[in-house]
Design a protein around this ligand. Structure first.
Ligand code: SF4
Length: 434
């Protein structure tokens, strides 16, 4: 039977090769997965032109996935370094990579990714339009914005962030209500500026049906961007954020009606006590579409450590409904991340994702922890390294500080509680001071 997109196939009762692959990876019944895709509660971003893709599902009942942002900027234009970040992300198990390049030969880099990289590839066409047309922002035409979306779709991009929730109505609301940190979304700021400079409606909103036609033709998943995501905990849950979320909810249903898969982008900065309610509101307004959170960062005061502030928020968000975590690196707010920053960000994000999967009771999630705690009980260091989320770091720490006895570590030495209890339970003597 013929189908256009994963959601179209699912609605028609067809199990696609991508669904079989995802079901096997997630250890979930393929038919259950198909029903989730048909309802829009799971998205499988899989552009027909991304031939080397390893597909993953994002959404309800599935493992929490992580995304790695990378790409060039005018100040840091080194494609070799960006490719090293790509390889690091894949080696560390990131399921998705967003190419946010904003300078240089962006098309060549994007095409290299979709030709060679098995991870899900995402982009933000707004950034690329500014680079590609290389002219004053206000001179970019409505047709040109749409054309960039078509170009990225043809290039095999699996999902695109489209800032269509900020329209003249939500933009007016933003201007009237005032907020502490205005608009901190890069794409959102560009399209808001374009609307102000030209006096025109946001073309991604006004010509949304054309965007949907492009996405349906290539099976591009729409990532509905949140231009008004809070850029400080002061703005979390304010009128601008919620009004845009309502607009995204309406656009979600229109996409599903045209057989286009959708994920919804979310905060941002948000205090811990607001995260659960925000996730639940999103699930209601966007009818269970997968939620893709950018952090959330639970405090504003930790530049240099925002992989930690984001991992705290990401773990809570994923526990209460988010399905997809955008990693944050220690370089957030400060510079383009280095390869080491990328690694730190990925590890922090993977910890958050796994912690949430354990909290949600996903089948099998706790098995990893059980195996690690067993290796700890047995003081089996090699097994602990094998199971560690970052084996190299675990091994380096252990070997950098040699204990008096091999069956302890230098934290407690012969006062090692694990060793001593094992010995007592075996009926052996415990030697501490001798
Ligand atoms: S020495 Fe202390 S920290 Fe090290 S393994 Fe034993 S109980 Fe744990």
């Amino acid at each position: 039977m013929h189908y256009t997109t994963q959601i179209d196939a699912a609605k028609k009762g067809i199990l696609t090769p991508q669904m079989h692959h995802v079901a096997s990876y997630e250890n979930i019944c393929p038919e259950t997965l198909r029903e989730l895709v048909a309802k829009g509660h799971v998205a499988i971003p899989a552009n027909k032109n991304h031939i080397c893709l390893t597909p993953y599902g994002i959404g309800h009942k599935l493992k929490t996935k992580i995304n790695v942002n990378l790409g060039t900027s005018k100040d840091c234009l080194n494609l070799d370094v960006e490719m090293e970040k790509v390889m690091t992300a894949i080696d560390l198990g990131a399921e998705s990579i967003m190419d946010l390049s904003s300078f240089g030969d962006t098309a060549a880099f994007r095409r290299k990714l979709t030709k060679e990289c098995p991870a899900i590839i995402g982009t933000v066409p707004i950034y690329d339009a500014v680079v590609y047309y290389n002219k004053p922002l206000k001179k970019i035409t409505s047709d040109e914005w749409i054309e960039i979306v078509r170009m990225h779709a043809e290039d095999g991009v699996d999902f695109m962030t489209i800032h269509c929730g900020i329209n003249r109505d939500t933009a007016n609301s933003f201007k009237q209500t005032k907020r502490h940190t205005n608009i901190v979304s890069r794409g959102g700021s560009i399209i808001f500026a374009w609307m102000e400079l030209t006096g025109l409606e946001n073309p991604f909103f006004e010509r949304y049906d054309e965007i949907l036609d492009i996405c349906a033709a290539y099976d591009v998943t729409l990532s509905l961007g949140d231009a008004c995501r809070p850029g400080s905990i002061e703005d979390a849950g304010d009128v601008s954020q919620i009004k845009e979320l309502v607009a995204l909810g309406e656009l979600t249903q229109r996409a599903w009606d045209r057989n286009v898969q959708v994920i919804i982008e979310g905060p941002g900065h948000m205090p811990l006590n607001q995260i659960q309610a925000n996730m639940e509101i999103q699930q209601t307004i966007c009818k269970g579409a997968p939620f893709y959170v950018l952090g959330p960062l639970v405090t504003d005061v930790a530049p240099g450590y925002d992989h930690i502030t984001a991992a705290i928020g990401g773990a809570i968000a994923a526990t209460y409904g988010a399905s997809f975590l955008c990693y944050v690196t220690p370089a957030e707010h400060l510079r383009l991340p280095t390869v080491d920053d990328v690694k730190e960000g990925i590890i922090a994000s993977k910890i958050a994702a796994h912690a949430a999967d354990v909290a949600k009771g996903l089948p099998g999630a706790k098995d990893w922890d059980y195996a690690m705690s067993e290796a700890r009980r047995n003081l089996d260091w090699e097994r602990q390294f094998d199971l560690a989320i970052d084996p190299n770091k675990a091994r380096d720490y252990r070997t950098s500080s040699t204990p008096e006895r091999e069956d302890t570590c230098t934290m407690c030495g012969k006062m090692c509680a694990v060793r001593n209890i094992n010995k007592i339970l075996r009926g052996e003597d415990v030697d501490i001071m001798d």
